[in-house]
Design a protein around this ligand. Structure first.
Ligand code: HEC
Ligand code: HEC
Length: 406
């Protein structure tokens, strides 16, 4: 038996704490961005994309996973039972277990569709993450790869020091697992939506959809498999299926994209003054040039004016200036938060959003931070003008760690 509890007044107010939310809002911000860059009308594309998303991924109260079009490894990426625990309105079962975890803990910041535009988001700096881009910052994998489940779990357990992202270490393991599944689900659904909208422009959508053969739709159950040369699967359905499979496969590949961290071959540690001095020189040197963004001794006082990729998409990449309020108005109306410059971190003080242990910092320095101007750095076998050796990266790690010590 289901017992509905609306015990959290804030959440109850925001979500209505009922089953009325039946649809995910569509990505009007990205549609507008495409409309501007490709001079196409996106209405028909939005309609067909939303229909496909609902068939493949369901609704906020009844999520689905498109298992029948996936390989075995892709199918098992998400556990549909866990998805149902995280989705839907807040309630609890008689055994005390909770349902609607995402709406209980996350929605007021990250928004129902994971767009990062929840009601409290505008007051926060940095803004909550928009999961729909499929870009995550704090991960153990290569810069362009997805995070592993373990990475997302780490973010949930530790939160992000110095940001509004709280720690959920009090939640039981099975609830954390369900929330990890749900973040992956929202991110995949959101990225598929973006890719379908972009593909629609290529397929010829404008004010009206293109001919039936090119329309965005799921392959029908009776359609011939893509390998056969029968006419049953249309080009539009094939493109749709491919996009869904590719986005999901990137998540499957995350475990193989973890960056190996070699041990230092020379003496390098946070208590080794020579290593720290070598790291200090590299930090201020030409190859790493950390000082150019993080300031001398990582004091955070270098003057840089740049934006993250989420913001650039609807501003600089369209030739618009983020500080131009009139130019930003239509995007703000479509849900974009007010553009804010991204600030390189002050590394003194030792507060790390993404973790401050050696392995994490090694990966941060070599991979940079996805979605932000923090660049990646090439690791070379020998010292050269192009990159740093792994021992030099370790020296940098220890210098950065030493900055946080009083
Ligand atoms: C009070 C607001 C708030 C709440 C509640 C909140 N978050 Fe966040 N979250 C943030 C902010 C802010 C960031 C972005 C920080 C940044 O840019 O580094 C973030 C970032 C994230 C990220 C991205 C990490 C990365 O590697 O880039 C994930 C995943 C995430 N949150 C998941 C969740 C989940 C799941 C919940 C609910 C269990 C939740 N958050 C609840 C504010 C919140
Ligand atoms: C082009 C500018 C730029 C350069 C060059 C740069 N960074 Fe960064 N760095 C950033 C930005 C911006 C962030 C913040 C990302 C965020 O929080 O969203 C960042 C984040 C970091 C973090 C993560 C801090 C945390 O809170 O977890 C570390 C560590 C770091 N930088 C170290 C370095 C080191 C060491 C170098 C030199 C090898 C370097 N950075 C070079 C811009 C830069």
């Amino acid at each position: 038996m289901l017992l509905i509890v609306c015990s959290l007044p804030l959440v109850a107010m925001l979500t209505g704490c009922d089953a009325k939310i039946e649809q995910f809002a569509s990505n009007t911000l990205y549609s507008l961005t495409l409309a501007e860059s490709r001079s196409a009308s996106m209405d028909a594309a939005q309609t067909d994309t939303s229909a496909v998303l609902q068939q493949a991924f369901g609704t906020p109260n009844d999520p689905k996973w498109p298992s029948d079009m996936l390989s075995e490894s892709a199918r098992s990426l998400i556990d549909v039972d866990r998805l149902h625990r995280a989705a839907g309105p807040i309630s609890s079962l008689q055994d005390g277990s909770h349902l609607g975890l995402y709406r209980e803990h996350c929605v007021h910041c990250h928004g129902l569709s994971g767009d990062g535009f929840g009601p409290t988001s505008l007051a926060l700096n940095p803004y909550p993450r928009d999961f729909r881009h499929g870009i995550f910052k704090w991960k153990s994998t290569r810069r362009n790869a997805k995070p592993t489940r373990q990475d997302l779990r780490r973010t949930l357990v530790h939160g992000e020091a110095g940001t509004a992202m709280p720690s959920f270490s009090v939640l039981p393991d099975d609830e954390l697992d369900a929330l990890v599944d749900y973040v992956i689900y929202l991110s995949i659904r959101g990225e598929v939506e973006r890719e379908l909208l972009a593909a629609a422009v290529e397929l010829g959508y404008d004010e009206t959809p293109p001919e039936a053969e090119l329309q965005i739709r799921l392959p029908l159950a009776g359609d011939a498999p893509p390998a056969s040369d029968s006419q049953a699967t249309s080009e539009g359905a094939e493109a749709t299926a491919e996009i869904i499979q590719e986005v999901i496969n990137e998540w499957v590949a995350a475990e193989d994209a973890v960056v190996e961290v070699p041990a230092a071959t020379t003496v390098s540690s946070t208590s080794d003054a020579d290593a720290i001095e070598r790291g200090r020189e590299l930090f201020h040197g030409q190859i790493a040039n950390c000082v150019g963004c993080h300031g001398p001794q990582g004091n955070g006082e270098a003057v840089t004016l740049d934006y993250d990729d989420w913001t650039k998409e609807y501003s600089t990449r369209l030739g618009l200036t983020p500080t131009d309020r009139d130019a930003m108005k239509p995007f703000r109306r479509a849900g974009a938060p007010k553009p804010r410059p991204i600030v390189p971190r002050r590394l003194q003080g030792g507060v790390f959003r993404g973790g401050g242990d050696g392995e994490t910092l090694y990966r941060r320095i070599t991979q940079g931070v996805a979605g932000t101007p923090m660049p990646s750095l090439e690791v070379t076998e020998t010292e050269s003008g192009k990159g740093l050796t792994s021992d030099q990266v370790w020296d940098l790690v220890h210098y950065v760690q030493s900055l946080g010590k009083p």
